[in-house]
Design a binder for this molecule. Structure first.
Ligand code: HAM
Length: 426
């Protein structure tokens, strides 16, 4: 019989990787809490229309990447391809938008894309959405918060912030018309994808990967010429705030994003360490969506980071978190095992910051020590015949070159207290 395998593009995160995931998630929670953001949890399934209307009918996501299906009542539902639409739906439904709100979410998203390194069909995002602040200071706060997260993860140096403004919907409409006119004159030289997009979503042509299309775009009209005054002021103030904070960015006038709901600020954090899937985080302002979903018109701004890509980046930079326990407990026989089990139980209660693994399944001291070593533990704690008689325990350093110690229970508690403190500092 053939074995079952995970669905293509949907990936198991295995125990040797979860410590890194947990570290990434915990760091995000810490940074978000430090900025006054609260968590929101929305369903994974929503009505298909919710996504189609907000993300845009003619985007890749809605046209060909959604996991949509009729439920038993024949309503069209979709697995969420992103978190912004659901968050806005929930915020309007529960009247969260009466005063400014700062929320975040973390969880799986689904897009039927061609899987490759850094691109999956089930992937995970940490998303942040804010409501009620129209000014660029909200965009600045989001970007500074990203930088804090990157810094805590140790990846700030390998990330570039690409920044653009796509103006008001009206400004964008006139720009779209001018761009379409220009590109129509070069239609035959455009790549196939861009030819198709010319009538449906011409702005997306700006980030075409085709070298010839990019060359044609060199002489195309630029968004800046069509920008409305308010968007321009917004962008200038944002740049000023980022400059003040020493947050460097690259202006990318061709950055338009793959979702249709944005206006004014758009941005992406990219890296040159991950090959083709270079964007680890993207976002911007979407001031129309709340009104579009039936709420009182409310400005909004947010971003989402791809957790798989951050994990890959940290692995590439060898920043994997160490999953090893602090103590690995070995024992000589059944009697010693029983004692060791009680002691392990006690230590876990009294020193909750320590990771304590007890060896199960017996075996010689030699084989137990081999397993202790393999676990990556810092210390082996030994319960042998001698320890049973003396009531003391022996500690052997497995990584550092330190003397073996035989300690009374009082001495042991002092030692474990110090070890716990060290672990917490790390
Ligand atoms: P997005 O650019 O579509 O934006 O996705 C955000 C991030 O999710 C990407 O930069 C990437 O790191 C990750 N990502 C996207 N698709 C995949 C995939 N197939 N496999 C692995 N990672 C992926 C949004 O989703 C917006 N909702 C962001 C936002 C929030 N804008 C305002 N608020």
């Amino acid at each position: 019989m053939s074995q079952y395998r995970a669905i293509r593009g949907m990936v198991d995160v295995l125990p040797d990787e979860t410590p890194l995931w947990q570290m990434l998630e915990q760091t995000a929670r810490d940074v978000l809490a430090a900025h006054g953001y609260a968590e929101i949890r929305t369903p994974i399934v929503e009505s298909t229309e919710l996504f189609a209307r907000s993300i845009g009918e003619v985007t890749d996501i809605v046209e060909k990447e959604m996991y949509s299906f009729p439920d038993r009542n024949d309503d069209s539902l979709s697995l969420r391809p992103e978190g912004t639409a659901s968050t806005v739906r929930a915020a309007v439904q529960h009247n969260l938008i009466q005063s400014p709100q700062r929320v975040w979410y973390m969880g799986p998203m689904f897009r039927y894309e061609r899987p490759q390194k850094g691109r999956q069909r089930q992937f995970h995002q940490l998303g942040v959405e804010t409501f009620g602040v129209a000014g660029p200071e909200q965009d600045a706060e989001l970007l500074l918060m990203c930088r804090q997260w990157w810094t805590r993860l140790g990846i700030n140096d390998v990330l570039t912030l690409e920044l653009n403004t796509i103006g008001s919907p009206e400004a964008r409409a006139s720009y779209k018309a001018a761009l379409t006119d220009y590109l129509r004159d070069h239609f035959d030289s455009l790549d196939e994808d861009s030819q198709r997009r010319l009538d449906t979503n011409p702005l997306r042509i700006l980030d075409s990967k085709s070298v010839t299309t990019q060359a044609i775009l060199d002489d195309a009209p630029s968004m800046a010429e069509y920008l409305d005054e308010e968007s321009q002021r917004h962008h200038e103030r944002l740049c000023q705030l980022l400059d003040m904070a020493g947050l460097t960015y690259t202006s990318n006038p061709r950055l338009v994003r793959g979702l249709d709901y944005y206006n004014k600020t758009v941005f992406e954090w990219t890296t040159d360490k991950l090959g083709a899937q270079a964007t680890v985080c993207g976002g911007g302002r979407y001031d129309m969506m709340v009104g579009q979903f039936g709420g009182k018109a409310t400005p909004a701004s947010g971003f989402a980071a791809g957790l798989e890509r951050l994990v890959l980046l940290m692995q590439t930079l060898n920043l994997d978190a160490i999953a090893a326990p602090d103590l690995y407990i070995v024992s000589s026989d059944e009697n010693a095992f029983g004692q060791a089990m009680l002691e392990a139980d006690r230590i876990r209660v009294e020193f909750p910051g320590l990771g304590v693994v007890q060896h199960l399944g017996g075996g010689s001291f030699k084989s137990q020590f081999k397993r202790a070593d393999k676990s990556g533990a810092a210390w082996a704690m030994v319960f042998g015949a001698e320890e049973m008689v003396s009531g003391k325990v022996t500690l052997k350093a497995l990584r550092a070159n330190e003397e073996q110690m035989t300690l009374s229970r009082e001495e042991l508690d002092v030692f474990l207290g110090q070890l716990e403190q060290l672990t917490n500092e790390y």
